[in-house]
Design a protein around this ligand. Sequence first.
Ligand code: XLS
Ligand code: NI
Ligand code: NI
Length: 437
Amino acid sequence: MAKAAFPKIKKIQFDGPDSRNPLAFKHYNESEVVEGKTMKDHLRFSVVYWHTFRNPLSDPFGAGTAVRPWDDGTDSVKNAENRARVAFEFMEKLGNPYYAFHDRDVAPEGRTLAQSNKNFDAVVKVLKEEQQRTGIKLLWGTACLFANPRYMHGAATSCNADAFAYAAAQVKKALEVTKELGGEGYTFWGGREGYSTLWNTDLGREVDHLAQFLHMAVDYKKKIGFKGQFYIEPKPKEPTKHQYDSDAAACLNFLRAYGLKNHLKLNLETNHATLAGHTMQHEMEVAGSSDALGSIDANTGDELLGWDTDQFPTSIYLTTQCMLSLMKYGGFKTGGVNFDAKVRRESFEPVDLFHAHIGGMDAFARGLKIAAAIRKDGRLADFVKQRYSTWDSGIGEKIENGKTNFRELEKYIIKKGEPKLQSGRQEFLENLINEYI
Ligand code: XLS
Ligand code: NI
Ligand code: NI
C-alpha cells in the first residue's frame, strides 16, 4: 500500500459526550440502537468525492487554498488513482459506510470521449479494489454535465442536439460504472438545465428534452439491469438564473407530467431548499408526503450569503427537523445522509476535513436521538392527530371518502353553524421541541 496520507490520524472512535478530543465522535456511535435500528443504518453517512477530494477551495475572488500533500498537482490518471486510495484511507478512518462521486471528479476528462472513458475505467478499477478492501459502498454515482464548456447552455436542455447526445453518452457510461461498482443509486442534478435569459430560450421544448433524456436513462437502466434508485436533485438556480428542477414541488410536477414519477425519487439538499426560499423541513415534507423521499444532500447555507455555500450541517435544530421528517416517512429505504459540503476556504488543512465530517455526523446523530425522544414522548404526534380529528368521522370522513357534495355540505353547515375555533398552539409546540434539543 502507498504511504499513508493521514499518518497522524487513527480511526475515529466514539468517545461520548464528555470527550474533549476533536478527533472523536461525541454522539455518533455507529452500533448504538435507536428505535430498533443502529445509528449506522439510520443515517447511512456518505462522503462526497467532489468537495472532499477535488475542491481546491477557491472562490470567485481568489485562488484555491487547499493543502493536499498527496496530490501531485497534475491531472494525470496516476494522480487520480493515488487520490482514490487516499480517499478510502480517509473514509476508513472516518467510518462512513458510503461515498458518492461524479465521473469527472474521480478521473480526468480526456481529449475524446473514448479517452475519458478509458481514464474512468482505470480509476474505477482502483475504486473497486478499495471498496472490496474496506467494505465502503457507493451510495450513488452521477455525471458532471455542467463544467465542460460544451454544456454552457445545459446538457439535456441544451439548444444544441449534439450537446444532448454527448451528455447521453456520458450518462450511459456513468450508469455502467455505477452498476459495476454496486452503486445503490444514481443522481440527476440539473447543473445548467435551466436558462440565463428567456430571450433566447424555448422553455417548453427544453423541458420536453429533459424528460426524453430521463426516459432514455430509465430505458438504459433496465437494459443493463441496474437495480439502483434514480434520484433527481432539486435546486432553483446557480449558476443559472433558473433551473427547471427548482424545488421538490416543481420536480414532482415534472415527474408526474412526463410519466417519470415511478422511476425517480428526490435527493433533497438543504442549501438548495434555502435558495428556493424553503426550509429543508418543507422540502422533506413535500417529498415524503408524495412517497418520493429518496436521499438527502446534508449541508447548510449561510443566512447572510445568497449562494450555495455548501457548509457542513452543525445546527441541531436543523438535524432534528430532518430526522423527524425522515423517521415519520419510514427512514431511508435507499439513499442516506450524503455530506454535499465543503470546508471553508480558510480551513485548508487535511485535518479540517476530519473536523468537518465528525461535526456533521455528530450533529445528525444528535438529531436522530432527539427525534427518537420526541417520538417516544408522543405529544407532538398526538397534537397533530387531534388537530385533524374532525376528519376522522362524520362529515370529515365523508369528504375524504368522496361521499358528499356542495349541496349536502351547505345543508350540513346551515344546520350546524360556525366551526369551533381551535388554537394552532405553535408556541406550545416550539417549547416542546426545545425541551429535547
Ligand atoms: C450542486 C449539487 C451537486 C449535486 C451532484 O449544487 O448539489 O453537488 O449534488 O451533482
Ligand atoms: Ni447536491
Ligand atoms: Ni448543491
